[in-house]
Design a protein around this ligand. Structure first.
Ligand code: DX5
Ligand code: ZN
Length: 232
């Protein structure tokens, strides 16, 4: 039986929500930086998992999620850029993820993955690469809690935002219900956040713009204010 989408992140209820990507944090000071983004108002922590196959880069695994889970109760959204999402979701669920966002391109049976994530009690996100059409989500879009539109080619932080993704954001925004969230990920800064918010996105993943900044607190707040200004 399909389950009504819900928001798995109590700290990110309504309005624009900033999701710092921990891929870009300084791992030697991760705890301090996580505390700083939470204090600044970040709604959810974004964790990028790369397997070196689905994307040409490696990042962290379940052990990293487990350590962050022990450190904070803040929601962890795990973005899995892996060839075999079915194999990994249980491992990340056990590690303490609150939600998992999988790639539609890597899912042999998306409905089955969604059902498994529901059984595990996790929030469900689906994402798509820049070259993948929005229509590929239509068969399952009503069943997910959030859609993540990649605004760069997945695999690396610090890339340039692709403005040609704005039409895709609008098309998906029009298909989502009120309780579903629309995230963007890649090249997000105070300028691009406005374009995405105006197109209907309401969760903004940002790595470099936050963690490469001298003032993490201000960086999060600047993104939040820019997003609010675009829709008010
Ligand atoms: C890219 C990742 C992103 C990335 C965003 O594959 O999914 O989350 O870390 O980084 P920035 O904000 O630096 O583009
Ligand atoms: Zn990501």
């Amino acid at each position: 039986m399909p389950r009504t989408p819900h928001n798995p992140w109590p700290t990110c209820q309504a309005g624009p929500c900033i999701a710092p990507s921990l891929l870009a944090c300084d791992f030697s000071r991760a705890g301090q930086q996580i505390e700083a983004v939470i204090a600044a108002g970040a709604g959810v922590l974004h964790v990028d998992i790369m397997d070196g196959h689905f994307v040409p880069n490696l990042s962290m695994g379940p052990g990293f999620v487990q350590k962050i889970r022990r450190f904070t109760d803040h929601p962890l959204d795990v973005h899995i850029m892996v060839d075999d999402p079915a194999y990994y979701i249980e491992r990340f669920a056990d590690a303490g993820a609150d939600s998992i966002t999988f790639h539609i391109e890597a899912a042999d049976n998306p409905a089955e993955l969604i059902a498994r994530l529901r059984q595990l009690g996790l929030g469900v996100g689906v994402t798509l690469k820049p070259g993948t059409k929005a229509e590929s989500l239509w068969p399952i879009i009503d069943e997910v809690d959030m859609v993540l539109v990649m605004t760069v080619e997945p695999g690396y932080g610090g890339q340039k935002f692709m403005p040609e993704m704005l039409d895709k954001i609008s098309a998906i925004a029009q298909r989502l219900g009120e309780s579903q969230r629309l995230q963007v990920d890649g090249g997000i800064n105070p300028e691009t956040v406005k374009l995405c918010a105006a197109s209907g996105a309401d969760v903004f993943v940002a790595g470099e713009n936050i963690f490469a900044s001298d003032d993490i607190d201000q960086a999060v707040k600047r993104l939040q204010q820019a997003a609010i200004s675009a829709v008010s």
